[in-house]
Design a protein around this ligand. Structure first.
Ligand code: CP
Ligand code: NVA
Length: 318
């Protein structure tokens, strides 16, 4: 099959197995190449048939977008998915990851895993002989960040020098935005309440990967953070696994709500992004998410196109 990319064969990351565990596993050129392929797939200018390859989905947390977009992406690539939820496999009864990963590697061609700890994901990757994809952990959500920056590129026609202000919890989504943004030359400001800032190690990692002069910064005042923002991004205040903190967080985060008042302080052309699911009235108002500035459904759609491109690249269909 002809390559979509000029020059040498397209391979991902520094890992021989093409794992995508962190936004840092791709370099700038690889991300931009994935975006070109994703746009071709989206326009219908490109068809890739992988010949009945199988993606295993191991999801320990709920999911609509990630699960369904991976399922549809595999179907469009001529492949299929198998649901390997811990409730229906021996994982739920304590079978070891190192055994599970070696067995599944003999049935499947790639695994997408949604779980709590990044270490658990890394353990799967260590024992698998097939590529492993991070479908969200407590530390990162790298597939989400790819769709986010593809959406921004489509909207503004460029990425370098764009100002993105993330208002809210310094969580998995914020971490992947910082890293992927740094690689793409996007200035990423993460603005959170005291004590809820992004993990300093992830901030340092993002800074160390900065390309094209991208500035990564942490702050606490949303009205200052959104000044000159072309993108305002938010996510839930309590992530999956933090349900018991929901009430406490609601009080602490009140000032960090994305509403019209905050949006008016940003660039006139500002777009609003949210990875979804949204809690209207909490991190974002109904008015803001339904406003003309909101691009959240384009963003959700791009999960499909960019993950289809990722799978094609990982499985050697290019
Ligand atoms: N944004 C996102 O990952 O959504 P799901 O939890 O529905 O997969
Ligand atoms: N930060 C959120 C993202 C959901 C897509 C969570 O981890 O629950």
């Amino acid at each position: 099959m002809a390559s979509a990319f000029k020059g040498t064969a397209f391979t991902l990351g520094s890992f021989s197995k093409n794992n995508f565990l962190s936004s840092a596993d791709l370099n700038t050129d690889q991300i931009l190449s994935l975006f070109e392929l994703a746009k071709q797939l989206k326009r219908g200018n490109r068809r890739i048939d992988l010949g009945n390859r199988v993606l295993g989905l191991i999801f320990k947390k709920a999911s609509t977008r990630t699960r369904v977009s991976f399922q549809v992406a595999m179907a469009r690539l001529g492949g299929q998915t198998v649901d390997l939820n811990p409730q229906v496999t021996q994982l739920g009864r304590g079978e070891l990851i190192k055994d599970t990963a070696r067995v599944l590697s003999r049935y499947c061609d790639v695994l997408a895993i949604r779980t709590f700890s990044q270490e658990e994901l890394e353990e799967y990757a260590e024992w698998s002989t097939i590529p492993v994809i991070n479908a969200l952990t407590d530390l990162e959500h790298p597939c989400q960040a790819l769709a986010d920056f593809l959406t921004i590129q489509e909207k503004f026609g460029k990425l370098e020098g764009i100002n993105l202000s993330y208002i809210g919890d310094g969580n998995n989504v914020a971490n992947s935005l910082m890293i992927c943004g740094a690689l793409l030359g996007v200035n990423v400001k993460i603005c959170s309440p005291n004590g809820f800032e992004a993990d300093p190690k992830m901030v340092e990692k993002a800074k160390s990967l900065s390309e094209f002069g991208a500035k990564i910064s942490i702050s606490n005042d949303p009205s200052i953070a959104v000044k000159e923002a072309q993108v305002i991004y938010t996510d839930v205040w309590a992530s999956m696994g933090q349900e018991e903190e929901k009430l406490k967080r609601k009080e602490i985060f009140e000032k960090y709500k994305v509403n019209q008042k905050l949006i008016c302080l940003a660039d006139e052309e500002v777009i609003i992004l949210h990875c979804l699911p949204a809690h209207r009235g909490e991190e974002i108002t109904e008015e803001a998410i339904e406003s003309k500035n909101s691009n959240v459904f384009e963003q959700a759609e791009n999960r499909l196109h960019v993950q289809q491109a990722l799978l094609a690249a990982q499985l050697g269909g290019l």
